[in-house]
Design a protein. Structure first.
Length: 234
């Protein structure tokens, strides 16, 4: 694993995770609750590994209202941040958690904050290195990596961390870009297959199968098997 930068002033990474019993609710027609939780953790492990192995981040944290998700995060080398007062609304809870994470990064005297959603099964360390590198000539900047539809924001990087716009939900890519520009910061766009492909709908599971990242177990056609994920996580 590449060594991460040390000391204040570096970039902190954060991955938000929902309650595991609510994970990937939009896949309910395709996967049972336990399978959705396992899928969420399997993809989060890939995202976390990409951030940690990039060597571009000082620290990586996982923020979640779920103690089980935080125990998993700590076991996988991330700093666990317990989300305070998580709201009932899914996106309201996400934004509240990320605002808390932004405050944590500022307290840690971070020079920047990188937010990565946890469902990016193609994300690689090189994607993160390139994403960070494109911001290095700027003192004030926001960089955004959209999903495949240009609707959502899968990666967000702000220098300084206080500049990070937190406005997730439908249409967040355009909204984050407008907020950055309103704050007088350039809004850079980063596009890479690993940053764009997320898993939100049953059709995305079909693509995982086509890519060899997911296959039904013989005993249960809805069970998952993700390449590179230890058997004990499945």
């Amino acid at each position: 694993m590449a060594q991460m930068e040390a000391g204040a002033g570096g970039i902190m990474g954060v991955i938000p995770l929902n309650h595991l019993d609510r994970a990937k609710s939009r896949l309910a027609s395709a996967l049972a609750p336990g399978e959705r939780a396992r899928l969420a953790l399997a993809m989060a492990e890939i995202t976390l590994r990409a951030l940690r192995e990039s060597g571009a981040l000082t620290q990586v944290a996982v923020i979640s209202p779920d103690p089980a998700a935080l125990a998993w995060a700590e076991a996988h080398g991330a700093i666990p941040l317990l989300q305070r007062g998580a709201g009932l609304a899914r996106r309201a809870g996400l934004n509240a958690g990320l605002r808390q994470a932004r405050g944590w990064a500022v307290e840690q005297r971070a020079g920047g904050l990188l937010i990565a959603l946890g469902d990016l099964p193609l994300l690689a360390a090189e994607d993160i290195r390139r994403f960070v590198a494109m911001t290095r000539l700027y003192e004030r900047v926001v960089a955004l990596a959209p999903d495949r539809t240009d609707e959502g924001t899968n990666l967000l990087l702000a220098r300084p961390a206080t500049l990070a716009p937190i406005a997730y939900g439908p249409g967040s890519f355009a909204r984050h870009r407008r907020l950055a520009q309103r704050m007088g910061a350039p809004a850079l766009e980063f596009r890479a297959p690993g940053a764009a492909f997320d898993v939100d709908a049953p059709g995305d599971l079909d693509e995982l199968v086509a890519r060899g990242l997911w296959a039904p177990a013989p005993s249960d056609p809805r069970s998952l098997k993700m390449r590179g994920v230890p058997k004990e996580m499945l």
